[in-house]
Design a protein around this ligand. Sequence first.
Ligand SMILES: [Zn+2]
Ligand SMILES: [Zn+2]
Length: 277
Amino acid sequence: MPAELNITPLMLLTAFGITFAIVAGRYIVMAGPTYLLFWKWLAPRLQHRRIQQKFPENKKLWAEFGWSMATFVIFALMGVTAFILRKAGYTLNYDNISDYGWGYWIFSIVLMAILHDAYFYWTHRFMHLKSVFKHVHRVHHESSNPSPWAAFAFHPLEAIVEFGIVYVIIFTIPYHASAIIVFFSYMTIMNVLGHLGYEIFPKGFTTGRFSWWHNTSTHHNMHHSKSNCNYGLYFNWWDRLMNTNHRDYHTVFEAVKDRTPSNDARGPILVTPGAAK
Ligand SMILES: [Zn+2]
Ligand SMILES: [Zn+2]
């Protein structure tokens, strides 16, 4: 580390504290009200929109919350390394939006989402390899019927993998700090949505000409209940390209949307067991 960096232990501690407060705070602010709204206040009225009709036990939700907190400790520690790299001048950050303009600022956020989507899909496929799964990704799949609190319920090894996208971004894209903040807020919203347990997108969304490319809550919920399918994060194109969408994805989505409050079919929706496509 160059001597002129002048990084003190107090600065590192502050970087750790700020990063932890941001990532944990953002999670609580987004998952908390979502949980209260859907899982408590509106639950009786929205039973027909639940993807899996049953509710998990409370101890599962606490486990999801606990693992998420552990993830934020890892994220904050890795955030400190990103802070040091930035101070040392190794990252592509810029300070004034006018350096690249607003057009680039918007483009950089879209690029981050496209990059993260590819990064997530392929690291996710890797973590589903049998020998890797049990050491890295099993914790996330302990929730077969996830709640919004599961959004960051990762084993610490998976948390390290998930943080890797930050390094990909800061070394390859000229970025403004505010663009990173907007992007990671979108990421957190989508992560909470994927674990919502309720389908909120309209009927026909997964096959619509202008909407097919975007993932849904049903998509990731089926990943939790079926496991070997639906690996994507934001967008559906990698699952389509690699033929890993569950063969009943569209059927299940439409079945959830076809239910009515008086016809909420309290049993599970029947799907072809097992295989993807
Ligand atoms: Zn998985
Ligand atoms: Zn998940």
